[in-house]
Design a protein around this ligand. Structure first.
Ligand code: FE2
Length: 393
């Protein structure tokens, strides 16, 4: 066995601190939770409808809380592509139950709702006040994040994404880090196959966009390259061997690093556009939306940032030829090699919805600024963007 492959088999748990979050990574990570709860009397558990129970994470957390003598209440109604009102419901429940911490058990939607809900509970205001930075999440209740997917990276960064119920725009903003996060790859084994693919694509596009955003420093680029290499290697194996914890370890590791990469250098065009699609069509999983529009939009990103783009795409496909057309081909080839074949039509997205999404993306100040300023020299108006997207129908 070579040194490389023995390293690959050695799934070493570790703990580290990035930004304001301490992360416990590896099998059994959540066992460290009670050590942080001295002085905590009651927590609010925040989950989606199924994965917290199906993965076994909820019962592990409940056992930990009982052993530490901590009382708990439960909010289990977070939906994919969550609306801002859910964070406000969490804040209300924090106040009415007297919880002094929030424990998020789920993927990005659950962690993001928990970040914003914990901030509102102390600082007041509305969820979008925090997404748009009108109110800063200081002080706030601590959020403990038990991450159940390998895509979002929200357990490792400041970001939260919510859909503004007033206007329907889904957008991400800098809100707050969790206090402590737990990444146990075993919890991802119960994810449905499509979610395995889509969350991994989310991590892949985080890395690609973080590296290609104007001014991306070497730190973000090196981390991003590691993300792409790990997804390229582990995702095909997770597909053929879905019960292996080993492949999930590397996918979760990649996703966590992707979360750090976008914290250092943010995403650009593909995320900005996708957010409006899944905001308007919540049945479209975010990572799935990225993978549908990514191969078409990547040529614009590649043209704006050819060196970083080439570096990332060579990590995905050593045969990448360095051209914008080749960028499209490299992403399409990888995505179909792991069995991804979804289209916009599968989610009922037609030309009219695309036109509305693009119009909204260009009339939202935060989003248009991201589209225009994060890719050097990109001349893109709503009409041109819509042409690219319509080619997908
Ligand atoms: Fe994302």
């Amino acid at each position: 066995m070579s040194g490389m492959s023995s390293l690959y088999r050695n799934l070493v748990p570790f703990k580290w601190t990035y930004g304001e979050v301490t992360l416990h990574f590896g099998a059994g990570a959540v066992g460290a939770l009670p050590g942080y709860l001295a002085g905590t009397k009651r927590v609010l558990l925040v989950t989606g409808r199924t994965s917290a129970r199906a993965s076994g994470a909820l019962s592990d957390v409940e056992r930990s809380l009982s052993s530490a003598g901590v009382e708990r209440s439960l909010y289990d109604r977070v939906s994919p592509n969550p609306q801002s009102s859910q964070a406000e419901e969490v804040a209300e429940l924090v106040k009415s139950t007297g919880a002094d911490a929030v424990v998020a058990i789920g993927g990005g939607s659950v962690i993001d709702v928990s970040k914003v809900g914990s901030a509102i509970a102390i600082g007041g205001g509305s969820a979008m006040d925090y997404i748009y930075g009108r109110i800063k999440a200081v002080p706030r209740l601590p959020v403990y994040a038990v991450n159940l997917t390998h895509g979002t990276g929200s357990e490792a960064n400041r970001y939260a994404n919510l859909t503004d119920i007033a206007v329907g725009d889904k957008i991400g903003g800098e809100v707050c880090y969790p206090r402590v996060s737990f990444d146990d790859p075993r919890y991802t084994l119960t994810m449905p196959r499509e979610e395995v693919l889509c969350t991994s694509f989310d991590a892949l596009y985080h890395a690609y966009e973080s590296a290609t955003t104007a001014g991306s420093p070497p730190l973000a680029q090196d981390i991003s390259e590691a993300v792409v290499r790990n997804v390229a290697r582990a995702l095909p194996m997770a597909g053929t061997d879905p019960s292996s914890v080993e492949h999930r370890y590397w996918l979760m590791y990649a996703a966590m690093l992707g979360g750090v990469a976008i914290d250092i250098s943010p995403t650009n065009l593909i995320h900005a556009v996708e957010n409006f699609l899944s905001g308007m069509r919540p049945s479209l999983p975010h990572g799935c939306g990225l993978a549908i529009i990514g191969p078409s939009l990547v040529r614009l990103v590649h043209a704006a940032s050819p060196d970083a783009s080439t570096r990332m795409l060579r990590a995905l496909d050593p045969d990448f030829d360095g051209t914008p057309e080749g960028a499209t081909a490299a992403l399409s080839k990888f995505q179909s090699s792991v069995g991804f074949d979804r289209t916009l039509g599968d989610y009922g997205i037609d030309g009219e919805l695309l036109a509305t999404a693009v119009k909204r993306a260009f009339s939202n100040e935060l989003s248009v600024n991201r589209i225009r300023s994060r890719l050097a020299g990109l001349e893109l108006d709503a009409e041109k963007l819509l042409r690219y997207l319509r080619s997908l129908l």
